[in-house]
Design a protein around this ligand. Structure first.
Ligand SMILES: Nc1ncnc2c1ncn2[C@@H]1O[C@H](COP(=O)(O)OP(=O)(O)O)[C@@H](O)[C@H]1O
Ligand SMILES: [Mg+2]
Length: 234
């Protein structure tokens, strides 16, 4: 066991769809994410990127293979334990951020905290305010998220992903609906947090500039990782 590894998976396979139209969406994917590192997954539409993130995020189960987070095998836990571990260990960011529009920025960040129920109400208020401050939204805590710009909403989603201090952050095209300046800003913010707090980030992206700024790039094709390169060596 390697204490520096936050997340690893081995031999992940997944079949999707009905019997007459079954898709072999993942055909044996293995990965290791070390603490403090940022990994990009790139590849054409339909190659299995989102399916992989769902399985690593414990939102879907593989048909074979295993997932381990913080050296704990997590892929075969019973549902209630799995939900708890997901809340404790993982943060999620998606392209369409799924903020609750009528809720304030701060209330949105407190949602995962309420689900985990580890902090008191004042502690949740304090932590959510601190996280929003860290993403540059300290002055907009009480603003309903519908009144924030796209870039600001994505930063709320980043703060929300960090709510329960996860070891691993999974992001599926997190900057896909932002302009390039806001994309870069959101990415650099995540990168800094991952490095400073020794978390691990796995990010699906179509943006070559972002992929090339990651520590590793994994190229996927037809349900397999066909190449993994450290930064600057392609
Ligand atoms: N719920 C589903 N039922 C059937 N097939 C699916 C389902 N979800 C995804 N697929 C198929 O699995 C493959 C991988 O999809 P996905 O992981 O979404 O790819 P990507 O995120 O790389 O675009 C695709 O062929 C897709 O059509
Ligand atoms: Mg996808």
């Amino acid at each position: 066991m390697n204490a520096e590894v936050s997340l690893s998976c081995e031999g992940i396979e997944r079949f999707l769809g009905e019997e007459d139209s079954r898709v072999h969406a993942l055909r044996g994917v293995s990965l290791q994410l070390e603490r403090g590192t940022v990994h990009a997954v790139v590849g054409p539409s339909g190659c299995g990127k989102s399916t992989l993130l769902y399985i690593l995020g414990l939102l879907d189960q593989a048909d074979s293979g295993w997932v381990s987070i913080e050296n704990e095998p997590v892929s075969h836990l019973p549902d209630d334990v799995l939900a708890k571990r997901r809340n404790e260990l993982l943060g999620f960011i998606f392209q369409f951020h799924f903020l609750l529009e009528d809720f304030t920025a701060q209330e949105n960040v407190m949602i995962p905290m309420r689900r985990l129920a580890a902090l008191s109400e004042p502690e949740m208020h304090e932590r959510s305010a601190h996280l929003l401050d860290a993403v540059g939204l300290g002055a907009k805590l009480k603003r309903p998220s519908r009144h924030l710009s796209g870039g600001e909403q994505q930063r709320v989603a980043i703060a929300r992903a960090l709510a329960n201090n996860p070891s691993v952050i999974l992001a599926d095209e997190p900057t896909g609906n932002l302009d390039s300046a806001n994309s870069r800003r959101a990415f650099e913010l995540l990168q800094r947090i991952v490095q400073e707090e020794r978390k691990a980030l796995l990010l699906v992206t179509h943006n070559p500039e972002i992929a090339e700024a990651c520590d590793w790039i994994h190229e996927m094709q037809d349900g397999l990782i066909v190449g993994s390169h450290p930064r600057g060596r392609r």
